[in-house]
Design a binder for this molecule. Structure first.
Ligand SMILES: NC(=O)C1=CN([C@@H]2O[C@H](COP(=O)(O)OP(=O)(O)OC[C@H]3O[C@@H](n4cnc5c(N)ncnc54)[C@H](OP(=O)(O)O)[C@@H]3O)[C@@H](O)[C@H]2O)C=CC1
Ligand SMILES: C[C@H](O)[C@@H]1OC(=O)[C@H](O)[C@@H]1O
Length: 253
C-alpha cells in the first residue's frame, strides 16, 4: 500500500488514463477526488470502483479551461477528503487537425484546456499543500509529444512541452515547501482521445511496429509510474520526467 493515508486529486478522471490512475491510486491505499467535465456516468462509476476498494472517492464536475474550476476543485476536494497530498494534472484534449487550416477556436481551446487549465490547477493544489505545510507530489500527464512532433498535432505538442516546462519551473519554486513536481511522458495509449486517429489501420500498424515492447499502451500502464512518483519511494525525485511508451521514442532505426 504505497499510498496509504494519502489523498490524491486527479483531473480528467471520468475516462481513459485519468480514470485508470484514480482507481489505481485507490488500489494502493489512497482516497481520491476526481475532476471531470461532461461524463457524469464515467465519473460516478469510477467513484463506485474506488469505494468498492474500501477508499473514499468524490467526483467534482468542472471545465479546467475556466481558471475558477481550479480553486473550486481543490476547495471541494478538501471539504470531502480533508487534504491534498498528490495532485495529478491529467485532463487534456487532442482534436487532430492539419496545420495550414487550423481553426483559431481549436488552437485556443487546446491551449486553454491542456496548458492554461493546468497552470491554475497546479497553482491551486500547490497553495493547499503549502498551507498544510508537509509537502506533496505534483504529477503532470505530459507526453512523448513533449519531445517529438505530430503532423496533425501542431496545436497539441506545444501544450505537452509546455506542461513539462511548467513542472520544471514549479519544481524549483516549490522545492522549499517539499513539494515534488514531475512529468510523465506516455507514448500512444489506447483511449477515446485517439480512437478516430487509430481507426486508420495503416497508421495503427505503423505505430505498433515502432514499439519495441510490441504493443500500444493501455491506461493501466500509467498506474505504476504515477504511484511511484506520488509515493515516498520517489522522495528525492523532482523536476524529472519518465517516458512510458514501450520504447517507442528511442526506436529510430
Ligand atoms: N492517450 C494517449 O495516447 C496519450 C494521452 N496523453 C495525455 O493523457 C491525458 C489523458 O488522455 P486520455 O486518457 O488519452 O484521454 P481521454 O479522452 O480518454 O480522457 C480525457 C479525460 O479528460 C477529461 N476532460 C477533457 N476535457 C476536459 C476539461 N475541459 N475539463 C476537465 N476534464 C476534461 C475527460 O472528461 P469528460 O469526458 O467528462 O469531459 C476525460 O475524463 C491527456 O492530457 C493527454 O494529452 C499523453 C500521451 C499519450
Ligand atoms: C492522442 C495521441 O494519440 C497521443 O497523444 C500523445 O500525447 C501521444 O504523443 C500520442 O500522439
Amino acid at each position: 500500500m504505497l499510498l496509504a493515508g494519502k489523498t490524491v486529486l486527479v483531473t480528467g478522471a471520468s475516462a481513459g488514463i485519468g480514470r485508470a490512475v484514480a482507481i489505481g491510486c485507490a488500489r494502493h491505499g489512497a482516497d481520491v477526488a476526481l475532476n471531470f467535465a461532461r461524463d457524469v456516468a464515467g465519473a460516478e462509476s469510477a467513484v463506485a470502483e474506488i469505494e468498492a476498494l474500501g477508499r473514499k472517492g468524490v467526483a467534482i464536475q468542472g471545465d479546467v479551461a475556466d481558471p475558477k474550476t481550479a480553486t473550486d476543485f481543490v476547495t471541494k476536494a478538501v471539504a470531502a477528503l480533508g487534504r491534498v497530498d498528490v495532485f495529478v494534472n491529467n485532463a487534456g484534449i487532442c482534436p487532430f487537425h492539419a496545420f495550414l487550416d487550423m481553426p483559431v477556436e481549436t488552437f485556443e481551446r487546446t491551449m486553454q484546456v491542456n496548458l492554461h487549465g493546468a497552470y491554475f490547477m497546479v497553482q491551486a493544489a500547490a497553495n493547499q499543500m503549502v498551507k498544510q505545510g508537509d509537502g506533496g507530489s505534483i504529477i503532470a500527464m505530459s507526453s512523448i509529444s513533449a519531445l517529438v512532433g505530430g503532423e496533425y498535432q501542431t496545436h497539441y505538442t506545444p501544450t505537452k512541452a509546455g506542461l513539462h516546462s511548467l513542472m520544471q519551473s514549479v519544481a524549483i519554486a516549490l522545492g522549499k515547501h517539499k513539494i515534488r513536481c514531475n512529468s510523465l511522458f506516455p507514448g500512444t495509449i489506447l483511449t477515446d482521445i485517439n480512437k478516430d486517429d487509430l481507426a486508420d489501420t495503416k497508421k495503427r500498424e505503423y505505430m505498433e511496429g515502432r514499439i519495441p515492447l510490441g504493443r500500444l499502451g493501455q491506461p493501466d500502464d500509467l498506474v505504476g509510474p504515477t504511484v511511484f512518483l506520488a509515493s515516498d519511494l520517489a522522495q528525492y525525485v523532482t523536476g524529472a520526467s519518465l517516458l512510458v511508451d514501450g520504447g517507442a521514442y528511442v526506436n529510430l532505426q
